[in-house]
Design a protein around this ligand. Structure first.
Ligand SMILES: Nc1nc2c(ncn2[C@@H]2O[C@H](COP(=O)(O)OP(=O)(O)OP(=O)(O)O)[C@@H](O)[C@H]2O)c(=O)[nH]1
Length: 203
């Protein structure tokens, strides 16, 4: 039996390119966050949300919400730090992360990351058609100190963090529908493209 895993959906960014809260924009009639929740939820033992600002806007999802410990929006690494801190507080040794703006998360992501995370590794992260996808990862909470150190030293890129910690890479390919499993929707145009992909072809 595998160790319990806390899933944390990362929605702590500013959504400036989308112009409104990305996690709440509708794709195929449902908020993006709901798509990610529906895919990540069954893969983990509990799910929480990393988000900043008024938590009330996510109340209908019934998720525990954890804000960044760093108040100045330093980027996704702060979300990862908050996720691992929540995992530690709740007694989880493992945290699986997924961004709230990537609605095609593979349904076997956590299983495959778990297989790759051997005892010597602190993280297993995904790679896809566009290379490293470090926000789709399985992290030991013991990686928290390396993350805090990187943040303290203003090294904010998540992919750079990986050179500080032993990690494994897991490659995911597009499915038969050729959708990049990690396509993230940053702009209204990205959203429109994803909407077209999901729309059933009219006869
Ligand atoms: N916790 C936290 N997460 C962040 C922060 N900035 C970005 N993220 C998350 O990192 C992932 C990728 O974010 P981006 O798309 O690069 O940034 P964004 O702020 O969401 O959107 P833009 O403002 O359009 O760049 C998403 O899951 C964001 O929620 C931050 O300062 N804190």
């Amino acid at each position: 039996m595998r160790e319990p895993i806390l899933g944390v959906i990362l929605a702590g960014g500013l959504s400036s390119r989308m112009g409104r809260e990305k996690a709440l924009v509708a794709l195929a009639g449902r908020p993006l966050l709901e798509h990610v929740l529906e895919r990540l939820g069954p893969q983990v033992d509990a799910v929480a949300l990393n988000a900043n600002g008024d938590p009330g806007r996510f109340a209908s999802f019934g998720l525990e919400i954890v804000a960044d410990l760093h108040a100045d929006h330093p980027g996704p690494l702060a979300g990862l730090a908050a996720a691992l801190e929540l995992g530690r507080r709740r007694g989880f040794a493992l945290v699986a992360t997924a961004p709230s703006d990537a609605p095609f998360l593979p349904r076997d992501a956590v299983a495959r990351l778990t297989t790759a995370l051997d005892a010597a590794a602190l993280a297993a992260v995904a790679t896809g058609p566009n290379g490293l996808e470090p926000l789709v990862g399985l992290w030991r909470v013991a990686a928290a100190s390396a993350i805090e150190k990187a943040l303290a030293e203003q090294r904010r890129a998540v992919h750079r963090l990986l050179s500080d910690i032993p990690h494994r890479l897991v490659s995911f390919e597009p499915g038969p529908d050729e959708v990049d499993p990690f396509a993230n929707l940053n702009t209204p145009e990205d959203l429109a493209t994803a909407e077209r992909r999901l729309k059933p072809v009219q006869p």
